[in-house]
Design a protein around this ligand. Structure first.
Ligand SMILES: Nc1ncnc2c1ncn2[C@@H]1O[C@H](COP(=O)(O)OP(=O)(O)OP(=O)(O)O)[C@@H](O)[C@H]1O
Ligand SMILES: [Mg+2]
Length: 431
């Protein structure tokens, strides 16, 4: 039976319940800041300045960019959960959620100030405040007026277009007890370090300059980030295996290609310096930094491990590979809202097995060449030779004791049974 309009009921979600639930969709502090940086990169920014400022309960995070900014209407739309807009191929945004979900995962109040027009007349701001949404159970945003922070944002935008996002009421960042104490201050300092390391890694191609000419400078509390490239490309002893390209057709009418580049990094003794070896170990350290580095439109979205193709192994810790896919394969890769996780399409996973196996064999070889490993493996060989000599002597002693006791025939029957039941032990004893 056809359904008429009259049979349909529009169920508007509860603003207070949904905004509260959306706070927990899996961001940590660094990935939340990275999601704001995504928006800046998508807006063509060449510079992103991040300030993480401790001031007790008034602590704040400010992300300012010189991208093309937003008109007042776009600014309002940007704060809608599920912003209405189209995306170009290669754009980092996808869900229309990042700005809101990333911000509210860390704070209760986010203010966006933006300027689109090069000949500015007025620079608008809007605030999304969780407490207001909870009070009215409605999707409200407000004009914050000219607060000190808004004025600071406007000053930042006084010369050229751009956008400034400010997080306040950092309830997920500051401890509830003594948010103005020394521990809270140290926590913010540590988080600023983490953000620097995280952004230096996930945006390293933009910081270095991408192949199609994008270059972005990012500062955290005034310090310019140095890109962290996982592949030690400037080390002379780094070995690159032949690159590979795969065509995949995840669904009817959907197709795209994926690029794989494989690297064996030098072992400790072949690095140009111990400090560089230490730096390349990365935020998760050598063992857990091995594996596939998956890039979506040049932004690193997943790393650490082999994405289900194989397990992390100490012997293959020098193996790292980049896998690039473009946004037209988003649904095949199942990118999540926080842009921190993908899953490999099953047919691609199969195609990757052989080239990654080959890479791991090479990495295993490089790993075993380290003097420490060589010494360890020689020591293990000596130990096992000594053990087998002892077992041999034990077998001989048993044999001769059986003969002296006049029970050699019985001993042979025992040996025969042992050979059947535990052939490895019989062999080790020389029986
Ligand atoms: N720094 C910025 N400069 C210019 N426009 C921005 C900026 N931040 C957000 N916007 C606008 O606001 C919109 C909403 O941002 P939001 O991060 O919520 O979603 P998205 O980037 O479209 O998708 P995703 O959920 O994948 O991040 C963006 O699509 C963009 O149009
Ligand atoms: Mg976004």
């Amino acid at each position: 039976m056809p359904v008429g309009r009259g049979d349909l009921i529009s169920m508007t979600p509860s603003a207070s319940r949904l905004t509260t639930s959306l706070r927990d969709i899996g961001y940590d502090f660094a990935s939340a800041v990275a999601d704001l940086a995504d928006n800046s990169v998508a807006a063509g920014a060449q510079r992103i300045d991040i300030s993480i400022e401790f001031e007790g309960l008034d602590s704040r995070v400010i992300v300012a960019d010189d991208g093309y900014g937003m008109t007042e209407n776009e600014l309002v739309e940007s704060l809608r959960f599920g912003s209405r807009r189209e995306y170009d191929r290669g754009e980092l945004g996808r869900y229309g959620l990042g700005l809101k979900t990333a911000s509210l995962s860390q704070c209760r109040c986010v203010t966006v100030t933006s300027r689109r027009s090069p000949s500015r007349s007025h620079i608008p701001s809007r605030t999304l405040d969780l407490d207001l949404i909870l009070e009215f159970d409605d999707w409200l945003i407000v004009d914050p007026g000219r607060t000190d922070l808004v004025r600071r944002a406007q000053d930042w935008l006084s010369d050229a277009p751009g956008t400034v996002v400010i997080w306040e009421k950092l309830d997920r960042v500051l401890p509830t007890r003594r948010p103005d104490g020394g521990w809270a201050r140290r926590r913010l300092t540590n988080l600023a370090d983490k953000v620097s390391r995280h952004l230096a890694m996930v945006f390293h191609r933009f910081l270095e300059g991408t192949e199609n000419g994008r270059h972005v400078v990012i500062t955290v509390n005034g310090e310019k980030l140095t890109p962290w490239n996982p592949f030690a490309r400037s080390e002379p002893a780094t070995v690159e295996l032949s690159p590979q390209r795969f065509e995949i057709n995840p669904a009817e009418g959907e197709s795209g290609h994926v690029e794989l580049r494989r690297f064996v990094l030098p072992s400790h003794d072949r690095f140009s310096s111990p400090a560089e070896f230490e730096r390349l170990s990365g935020p998760l350290k050598w063992n857990r930094q091995q594996g596939l580095y998956i890039y979506r439109a040049d932004r690193l979205v997943q790393w650490g491990g082999w994405a289900g193709v194989r397990a992390i192994d100490e012997h293959t810790k020098l193996a790292r590979a980049s896998l690039d896919f473009d946004t037209d394969l988003d649904s095949a890769f199942n990118i999540n809202v926080a842009k921190m996780k993908v899953s490999l399409p099953p047919d691609l996973r199969k195609m990757l097995e052989r080239p990654l196996h080959e890479l791991c064999i090479r990495a295993n070889g490089a790993y075993r060449r380290t003097p420490r490993q060589q010494a360890a493996s020689e020591a293990a060989q000596q130990e096992s030779a000594a053990e087998s000599a002892t077992l041999d002597r034990t077998g001989l002693a048993l044999r001769s004791a059986a003969a002296q006791a006049g029970e050699y025939a019985a001993f042979k029957r025992v040996a025969e049974t042992l050979r059947k039941q535990a052939p490895d032990i019989a062999e080790a004893l020389g029986l």
